[in-house]
Write a new protein. Structure first.
Length: 180
């Protein structure tokens, strides 16, 4: 069906070009006759014709452009609505956490996701490198290692936060009832 549709569209385009070809040839021959008859003044006449055509086109397109600008302007307004975000950590234990511990748990989740993201990125890069020609792989391996080190150094994690999160996690594990 797609092939048939494409063939039909192409045939329709060819027919339209053939219809357009005769008026274009006629216009060209009229242009040559007028240039021969009017001589050097023909260029001034052509300029006047083009100027009047451009003015008419501007009259037609100016309202359309204004409508488009108005549509784009009205559609880019953002709605001022407040969204309720739910907490990242839901306490399903009998413990009550302090605000510091809750923020620490929220930050710990982010840190774990960032570490996993970096590992995933390195593995994906390694997979992509194996698809390259063998003579290019060594250079790309070294570049990947350098870039991974840069990413890790830019995303340094505060050891004290990691230690606190480990302490809080151990406290939760100790007070969570064990299921059989």
């Amino acid at each position: 069906m797609k092939k048939i549709q494409t063939i039909r569209i192409n045939d329709e385009i060819k027919v339209l070009y053939k219809k357009k070809e005769k008026p274009n040839i006629d216009l060209y021959s009229i242009h040559l006759k007028a240039a021969q008859e009017w001589g050097r003044t023909w260029y001034f006449i052509v300029d006047c014709i083009h100027e009047s055509i451009n003015q008419e086109l501007e009259k037609k397109y100016k309202p359309i452009e204004e409508k488009l600008k108005n549509l784009v302007h009205t559609q880019t307004k953002t709605l001022d609505c407040k969204r309720n975000f739910y907490p990242r950590v839901i306490n399903k234990t009998d413990l009550t956490f302090t605000n510091d511990e809750l923020t620490l748990l929220n930050n710990t989740i982010l840190i774990i996701n960032i570490k996993n993201w970096i590992k995933t990125l390195a593995l994906e890069a390694e997979t992509a490198i194996t698809q390259l020609p063998i003579f290019e792989q060594d250079y790309i391996h070294k570049e990947k290692e350098n870039n991974t080190i840069k990413i890790l150094s830019n995303n340094k994690y505060d050891i004290s936060i990691l230690n606190k999160s480990t302490t809080t996690g151990n406290r939760v594990k100790q007070n969570t009832p064990k299921t059989k």
